[in-house]
Design a protein around this ligand. Structure first.
Ligand SMILES: Cc1cc2nc3c(=O)[nH]c(=O)nc-3n(C[C@H](O)[C@H](O)[C@H](O)COP(=O)(O)OP(=O)(O)OC[C@H]3O[C@@H](n4cnc5c(N)ncnc54)[C@H](O)[C@@H]3O)c2cc1C
Length: 433
């Protein structure tokens, strides 16, 4: 692994076409792994501006944050002879005509295929006081270490953690902090938690879970200012309340890192626009992961999907296509339909899994509310478009397989197909405003 050695022409292996991967996250790691599986013989250069090679991010807000795990989970460990894996270096410019990218130390990397897997950067708070110490975001390993220390300090000093943004990362941090004995307030400016990904009924269930574990959840509320002397000490809320706090975490979304793509002249909308092979508007340039915008039949939209599974799948898809064009392996047959999107979250003793596009539903079936878990199945026009399982991994696994094989699954076939779903009452009406 190279950290400081200048590189002028990527990895030096002479056999095959040069692949440059920009980014050191999930999609980059998945692409590298896939190229290795295919025994890609050409030179592969990976450029990451992080201090580590690709590692898994989900534990950062779970086991790693709680200190249960201290080591990062590597995605594609090691380095092969035809690879040059470079950390602490950013790709800052590119010339699509000359097929080169330029790094922040001035080195130029020529490519035959370029994969942009640059992910996103956490949105910063725009409120006064956002620059105070103990105001955190969470994207990288060092963010998690700093946040863990702040949570430990809050526990010792009996201070409150303020979570700004009631979405997945904020709620996972809230759960971890509660388990460490810290008082937690979550403020969310919208009228429900996880508004982008959850329909109202599931969001209410999640809210009740957090309230039952002692979290002070305030919807329709924002933070007007943070105050303190070097370290944050209090937060002024939009309803006028002054909240004493020991630390703050802002989980208010990410902005996709599209600057390099723009400099290369690639089409960018909400992200880098790619086709089903993850190819951008410039054929030899690919994009994958949180930075990529792709058509999704489940959402009936072209969008960026910010999940672990999507980053893996798109990274693998891009690598497989690149290898196929280079004459390595074969292009696998493109399935008639896309597998449903899927992600999970772990909070307290609960495993939540979200399948398909539940927010696109017009009706919901649900199992009875219980503290141990719940299953929601989301319908549109009588067809299953999504599901949410709370401690229901078996049912979600079966449904995922089912919807991967046959996307237009009618409601009437749920039980006939042997899913054994305890569907007891339909919730009528449009769930998602
Ligand atoms: C704390 C946390 C917890 C999560 N938990 C879950 C979960 O439970 N379930 C789930 O489904 N998803 C989860 N996710 C989401 C999932 O991890 C992301 O969707 C996934 O990491 C996206 O992968 P990516 O490769 O697109 O981006 P990233 O993993 O962010 O990687 C992008 C990489 O590119 C680098 N980079 C950017 N620009 C440049 C440049 N110009 N030059 C060089 N390098 C550059 C970045 O530093 C970074 O290393 C979580 C995310 C986080 C942050």
């Amino acid at each position: 692994m190279s950290t400081t050695t200048p590189i002028s022409c990527g990895a030096t292996h002479s056999d095959g076409r040069r692949v440059v991967i920009v980014g050191g996250g999930q999609a980059a790691g998945a692409a590298l792994k896939r190229l290795r599986q295919l025994d890609y013989p050409g030179p592969i250069t990976l450029v990451s501006d992080e201090a580590q090679l690709p590692y898994e991010r989900p534990p950062l807000s779970k086991e790693y944050l709680r200190g249960v795990e201290r080591d990062l989970r590597w995605i594609a460990p090691g380095e092969r002879l035809n690879e040059q894996l470079t950390i602490n270096r950013a790709a800052v410019a590119g010339d699509a005509g000359a097929r080169t990218i330029t790094c922040d130390d001035g080195t130029q990397l020529p490519y035959d295929f370029l994969l942009l897997a640059t992910g996103g950067t956490p949105r910063r708070l725009a409120t006064p006081g956002a620059e105070l110490d103990n105001v955190h975001c969470l994207r990288r390993a060092n963010d998690a270490v700093a946040l863990r220390q702040s949570i430990e300090k809050c526990a010792q000093a009996r201070q409150r953690l303020l979570v700004i943004g009631g979405s997945w990362i904020g709620l996972e941090v809230a759960a971890g902090a509660r388990e460490a004995g810290v008082e937690v307030t979550v403020v969310e400016q919208e009228e429900q938690l996880c508004g982008r990904t959850l329909p109202a009924s599931a969001a209410r269930w999640l809210q009740a879970l957090h309230v039952s574990r002692g979290v002070d959840v305030r919807l329709g509320t924002s933070v007007v200012s943070l105050d303190g002397n070097r370290e944050v000490r209090s937060a002024r809320l939009s309803n006028g309340a002054l909240l004493p706090v020991g630390a703050v975490i802002a989980g208010i979304g990410i902005a996709p890192n599209t600057l390099l793509a723009q400099r290369l002249g690639v089409l960018v909308r909400s992200g880098i626009v790619v086709d089903r092979h993850c190819r951008s508007s410039i054929p030899e340039i690919y994009a994958a992961g949180d930075v990529a915008e792709q058509a999704c039949s489940w959402h009936e939209n072209s969008l960026r999907i910010e999940t672990w599974e999507n980053a893996n799948r798109q990274g693998e898809t891009a690598a497989t296509h690149i290898a196929g064009l280079a004459g390595i392996g074969t292009h696998p047959p493109v399935p008639d339909h896309e597998p449903p999107p899927w992600f999970w979250s772990d909070q307290y003793d609960m495993n939540l899994q979200v399948l398909g596009a539940p927010t696109c539903c017009d009706a919901v079936l649900a199992s009875p509310s219980s503290e141990s878990g719940r299953l929601f199945v989301h319908l549109r026009g009588g067809l299953v478009v999504g599901a949410i399982g709370i401690n229901r991994p078996r049912e979600i696994r079966r449904l995922r397989k089912q919807l991967t094989e046959r996307p237009n699954l009618p409601r009437s076939e749920l039980l006939q197909q042997g899913l054994g779903l305890p569907l007891v009452f339909p919730l009528k009406g449009k769930e998602h405003a």
